[in-house]
Design a protein. Structure first.
Length: 201
């Protein structure tokens, strides 16, 4: 019989390792923001009959942001012909990086929703917009993401410490059941007994 825990445990370990890896990546991205004003990835463009939508991922001034854009299909015709996934980096001090006004950040947290009116090209000033571009942005600082990603590795360390303590006390490493009367296998959860002396040999 395959016990549920036997499948769950390796998955937990994999998720903890992945979380730690992403934490390191987040810290690296946080450091990268000193040299790169913005990393910009368009991760999806969908063209429906009247509305064009795009999802963008930005690393901007030490924060990571996800942006949802939607606009009238005609407005975005040029963008829609481009690649479905594109990446651009804007190093600090480049004219494009200076042109980019960016988002309103509150300690690196970003939550914005705005609509920009677009006028036909070459129309005189005061012409009402004929089309609109809706933008929704949410973002959090990389350090915050890194901190959140430390939760799982922390659980892993606590679990390991508990298992070690249980082992030293002669309890089941998994469930803490007293194994003094059961030399081979835990009668409660079926885990094979690990003797404290086994590791030292
Ligand atoms: Zn047990």
């Amino acid at each position: 019989m395959v016990r549920y825990g036997a499948v769950r445990r390796p998955l937990f370990n994999v998720l903890c390792a992945l979380s730690l890896l992403l934490c390191v990546v987040s810290l690296a991205m946080w450091g990268r923001s000193r040299w790169v004003a913005m990393d910009h990835i368009t991760i999806g463009v969908a063209q429906r009959p009247t509305v064009w939508t795009a999802i963008e991922l930005d690393s901007w001034q030490g924060s990571v942001c996800i942006t949802f854009d939607s606009a009238n299909a005609n407005v975005a015709a040029a963008a829609a012909t481009g690649p479905r996934v594109s990446y651009r980096a804007f190093p600090i001090q480049t004219p494009e990086a200076k042109l980019w006004k960016g988002y309103t950040s509150h300690l690196g947290f970003i939550a914005e929703s705005h609509r920009v009116g677009l006028r036909p090209k070459g129309s005189p000033p005061g012409t009402p917009p004929t089309r609109f571009m809706d933008t929704k942005v949410v973002g959090a600082p990389w350090w915050f993401i890194a901190l959140a990603l430390l939760i799982m590795p922390n659980l892993w360390l606590r679990k390991r410490a508990r298992m070690r303590r249980n082992q030293e006390l002669g309890l089941c490493v998994q469930c803490g059941y007293d194994l003094r009367a059961s030399p081979h296998r835990c009668p409660e959860c079926g885990t094979e007994r690990v003797l404290a002396t086994d590791e030292q040999r």
